[in-house]
Every structure is written in C-alpha cells, then in structure tokens.
Design a protein around this ligand. Structure first.
Ligand code: S3P
Length: 176
C-alpha cells in the first residue's frame, strides 16, 4: 500500500482550512503549507490578480503543479488546499494517494460569516451567499469522494477542529 505521509485539509472557502492547518502543524511539529500562499509566492502576485489577468484555468494549472510538488515531498506536511483544488480528477487522486484527507464541512451561514470579512474572493460576486450555495452544492460530491473523513466545523474554533483532526488521524485504519 502507498504510504500517506501528509495530512491535507479540503473544503469550501471560509471553512477554516488555513487556520486549522496552521494549528495542526504547530501541535504536531510538522511543516505547514498553505497552497494559495505557495502559489502567490511562486507567482509573485495575489490569487485575485492571477484570476483577473490569467483566468481561472491558468490558476488551476498553477494550483495543480503546486499541489503535485508539495505532495511529492517525503517530509510529512500539513497542506491546506484552496477550495477548488478538488475540481481536477488528477488532484483528487493524488490527494487520496499521498495524504490523509480531511474535509472541513461548514454550512452556508458559517461560510458566509467568515468570507464577509475575508480578503478578495475571485469566485464571489455581488450576491456572495448565492454564490457560496451554488459552489458548495456543485462541489459536495467531490469533497466527499476525496476525503478520508469529514469534520463538521460549525460552531467550533479552529483549535478545536485541529484537535479533532489530531484525534481522528491515528485511527487511520478506520478511514474509508
Ligand atoms: C477558491 C478558493 C480559494 C482560492 C481561489 C479559488 C475556490 O482558496 O484558491 O480563490 O475555487 O474555492 P480558499 O479556499 O483558501 O479561500
């Protein structure tokens, strides 16, 4: 069986992947990679600018190669993925092969509260709640098929979610 050196967090924008990933990596003494931040560093510009000038497809190319490079690492990592990283089948397969994948599932109220104060989100337009509902519905299956387990994060602080990931993680054989 393939080894799974990494832990990857997936889920919608606003589900808390970056903050939870940071806490988890800290408490486990692992290196933390935020995929969006890694893309921004390599490209030297923010995600919103990449979307605006190069378009979403090109952003997905950057995302795919960054994810592949990151998951190829032999050093165990905690990886927080952008919400759309599951859109490509190749990413989904690689995630399941190289990482224990946790879906941070949040309801629309939680997501909309968190993205309202967040920085620019290229996929959200004038009616962000409607957009979140549409995107979340369209992706639910993809998150479900990629994840080894799910945590419902509504009402939980990031450090509580990180604790749950830590507790679930050792029971790897129970993951589907
Ligand atoms: C996206 C989510 C964002 C970022 C980009 C696209 C998406 O990441 O990758 O704006 O398609 O859901 P976060 O989920 O970290 O906000």
């Amino acid at each position: 069986m393939e080894s799974k050196p990494h832990v990857a967090l997936i889920g919608m924008m606003g589900s808390g992947k970056s903050t939870v990933g940071f806490w988890l990596a800290q408490s486990e003494g692992l290196r933390f990679v935020d995929l969006d931040a890694a893309i921004e560093e390599r490209q030297g510009r923010p995600v919103s600018e990449i979307f605006a000038s190069d378009g979403e497809d090109r952003f997905r190319d950057f995302e795919q190669s960054e994810l592949a490079e990151c998951l190829a690492s032999e050093q165990p990592l905690v990886v927080s993925c952008g919400g759309g990283a599951v859109l490509r089948a190749g990413n989904r397969a690689l995630l399941r092969e190289r990482a224990w994948v946790c879906w941070l599932r949040a309801n629309i109220d939680t997501l909309s509260q968190r993205v309202r104060t967040g920085d620019s989100r290229p996929l959200l337009g004038d009616d962000p709640v409607a957009d979140l509902i549409q995107i979340s519905d369209a992706r639910a299956e993809l998150y479900a098929e990629t994840a080894h387990w799910v945590i419902d994060v509504d009402g939980l602080e990031a450090n509580q979610v990180a604790e749950q990931v830590r507790h679930i993680r050792p029971r790897q054989s129970a993951a589907r």
